[in-house]
Design a binder for this molecule. Sequence first.
Ligand code: 2M8
Length: 446
Amino acid sequence: MSVLTTPLTAVAALNGADEELWRGAAEILDRNWSYDHTVPSRTLYPHHWSWDSAFNSIGLAQTRPDRAWRDLRSLFEGQWFDGRVPHIVFDARVPANCYFPGPDFWAEVPAPDRPGVATSGLVQPPVHALAAWQVFRRTPNEAAVEELRWLYPRLVAQQEYLTRFRDVGGAGLAAILHPWESGLDNSPGWDEALGDVTVGTEILRPNVRRDKQVAAEDHRPTDQDYARYIFLAASYRDGACQDADLLRKHPFLVECPSFNALRAVAELALARIARVVGADSAPHRARASAIMQVLLDRLYDPATGMFHTLNVRTGQLSPERCVNGLIPLMLPLPASRVAPLVAVIQSPRFGLTEQMPVPSFDRMSEKFDVQRYWRGPVWINANWLLWRGLRAHGYGQLAATLRTAMLNLVRRSGFFEYFRPDTGEGIGAPAFSWTAALTLDLLSDC
Ligand code: 2M8
């Protein structure tokens, strides 16, 4: 079925301009569909990314529920036997030079623990249980129950991997061992911890950075950061992607507030899914509460009113105020912690207005960069998570402002990967899948 014949029943209430926006978003998801999954972008990211798959399935639930389930399923077909869900499942049909580091880079892993599909060995934030629940809620029929039955044990294994193998700090939070695992790749929240990764840019072979050939160089991470990314990925790969003894072996280990908040959100979604598939939901709720408590005890700073990244190697909190420090708002936090977070969102540092959603980094910091990826630009997925958090805590008016701001931005600038937080200009990749997918979700919430 082509996008133009996609039923618009969910959007019967939309006005003409919004119907056009809906069609534009649905068309991008259609164009970015590739056999059994959605690519984030045809030019920049031609494979299957983990947390993108979750966001994209939430949009596909509006237009093509069959594809929403297929997208999640094909991602989990790449799940490793230890439970990790790889941050990229590579598509064998895509030529090797279309993304770096691609399947050749990861193929050197001498690990017996992998499925027969080429994947990276890293992970990304576990948004998939929330996504599965959202897709199910949209069309809760018998086929959807079957999909949940298939996914449930795999989602549980994903959580167990993070609990068993990534609690490097020993307090109950999962550590990430690469900035790519956060999804917020070059966020200033990692700068201090990355300072311990001393490697020169000569590690990058000439022209190896495919991203700079298809996107503007000053919108992407610097070569110095990229050299560190490649060094960290190669070092983990050369250790067969094993997690034993990470503290001794691996130079970058941090506890990210949004990664762990999303891990707790996943447990809350699993509690709901458990009820549908006839499993016990109580352990999921208990795990969500436990993670939330450690987040509060370990990563919250009353002086800034928000959460910060912890460097596991030094035990220090990063001083930077990044959007990942606001995302725990999605959890049922006590009111004494919610009010300061909401105040930060409205403060000049993040400055939410109807014309501009929340940037990825503190506007008042010297490091604030209006163009460079996760160091300032506005991202729709981060704002969509905040929108859900504001609604959950009863901030209906502010949530409505944020929804309007996101839709205004996309209407004005298009379905870009990210947006300048000063002018709203769309930058990074055009026709970006999760921007389109989450626009559909926002529009359906009218
Ligand atoms: C970006 O990350 C990839 C590496 O995973 C890259 O820069 O090459 C990030 O924005 C990440 O959050 C996202 O999942 C990925 C694909 O959209 O792109």
